[in-house]
Design a binder for this molecule. Structure first.
Ligand SMILES: C[S@@+](CC[C@H](N)C(=O)[O-])C[C@H]1O[C@@H](n2cnc3c(N)ncnc32)[C@H](O)[C@@H]1O
Length: 389
């Protein structure tokens, strides 16, 4: 992760532009500050945190863009303009290719349903990409969408696509549990989930849940399937239980069925002599419902008093989660950034809500057009503007 340790940070940082970096606002809590940045058309934030007599500057995790050099450049400019001595840093720029056109924006499918003209396959958490790249090579007329949250894997697969001249692979850097819901209904042929982390102590982090399978069943075509391969029997049985919660489905299960291509993790588990469990879930298709358009706009200025009075702690109601977390204020006390977790309890999303000169929006970009986020947005507005907004 790019970062810098500095001896001091200026106390009166105000919105301004320094070279290519536009500092939209600088907001703080007692524990840390955020520099809200716009650079080369990308919005993200740098966090500034006091650490044993110095300050650590690094990209804020929630907003971190895929381009490594962009964050490195932003840290270097920020340190130069607003900080004292740089004690250590790792922001020297490495040669990086321009952003690949195969790296799709997380909101891409909300805006481009025509992408699904033709056959589309999806892989969740492709890791080293062995399966994704193999399939794409085998079936050049199909589009393959890989969704990953681990940036080094994303970079590696994009590089491989270029080296191998694969034109039919597309990559999204975001939580697959949400991205899949933004795909066109009844338009996907297969969804592969191979060796997901079982998260035994943290079930909300699991990829598979009842609501995830229900979303898969919406976006899959008639005859399409979701394929899970796992070395973890407990996770497999839990996933089977989730599949059984679908209103109508066929599930095929296999044990130690050899795969056409062995993924990196499968290879590891096979060498350890582990059993491999597989299931294919073929949801029975009902009528396609009309996909709703989502608007994540706000209705104007929000009073600081309203945000300061927001309830603290996670609120859960009917499978929906809403948690107003940190509130960060600008030096003039007018602008703010509010960290919010919201949506389906099994697949929550997180953003900042920022108010800049009275204009309120999500930062760094709007939530994905998924049903739980639409509901959450409505509730958020009720809290910010009062019940009757
Ligand atoms: C254990 S690895 C398996 C990788 C690969 N499928 C294989 O079999 O070698 C799980 C992968 O899923 C990714 N992942 C975890 N949660 C995810 C999510 N919600 N959306 C997308 N990718 C996710 C992780 O970053 C990791 O690369």
């Amino acid at each position: 992760m790019p970062h810098a340790f500095v001896g001091s940070v200026k106390s009166d940082i105000k919105p301004c532009s320094v070279g290519e970096l536009k500092l939209v606002e600088f907001v703080s809590t007692t524990r840390y500050s955020l520099a809200l940045i716009e650079m080369r058309g990308v919005r993200f934030a740098l966090s500034v945190r006091g650490k044993e007599g110095s300050y650590l500057i690094k990209p804020e995790k929630l907003t971190r863009p895929s381009e490594l050099n962009l964050t490195k450049e932003a840290i270097a400019i920020f340190c130069d303009a607003f900080c004292g001595e740089v004690l250590s840093s790792n922001v020297a720029l490495k040669k990086e290719k321009a952003k690949s056109s195969k790296l799709l924006d997380p909101l891409f499918f909300c805006k481009h349903p025509e992408f699904f003209d033709g056959e589309v396959s999806v892989e969740v958490g492709f890791g080293s990409g062995r399966h994704l790249l193999y399939r794409a090579k085998e079936e050049p007329s199909k589009k393959f969408v890989g969704i990953e949250i681990y940036k080094p894997s994303i970079e590696q697969v994009l590089r491989q696509c270029e080296l191998q001249g694969l034109e039919n692979v597309y990559v999204v850097d975001f939580d697959a549990r949400l991205v899949i819901e933004t795909m066109k209904e009844g338009a996907v042929s297969e969804i592969f989930v191979h060796f997901p982390v079982p998260w035994p102590d943290s079930p909300t982090r699991r990829v598979i849940s009842e609501s995830f399978l229900s979303v898969c069943s919406k976006v899959l075509k008639e005859g399409g399937f979701m394929e899970l391969r796992s070395d973890d029997r407990e996770y497999f049985e839990y996933s089977f239980g989730c599949a059984m919660s679908l209103p109508k489905t066929r599930v095929d299960t296999y044990k130690n069925e050899p795969a056409e291509i062995v993924s990196k993790y499968e290879d590891r588990w096979l060498r350890q002599g582990k059993d491999i469990f597989e299931m294919r879930v073929y949801p029975e298709k009902g009528e396609n419902s009309e996909q709703q358009k989502a608007s994540f706009e706000f209705e104007g200025e929000v009073s600081l008093q309203a945000v300061q009075n927001l309830p603290k702690g996670a609120m859960v109601s009917e499978g929906m989660l809403l948690n107003f977390e940190d509130l960060l204020l600008s030096a003039n006390g007018k602008d703010f950034a509010l960290k919010v977790t919201f949506g389906d309890t099994a697949r929550p999303d997180r953003r900042y809500i920022v108010s800049l000169d009275g204009a309120v929006s999500y930062f760094p970009f709007a939530p994905l057009c998924v049903e739980a986020s639409r509901k959450a947005h409505k509730i958020i507005k009720e809290y910010l503007y009062g019940k009757n907004s």
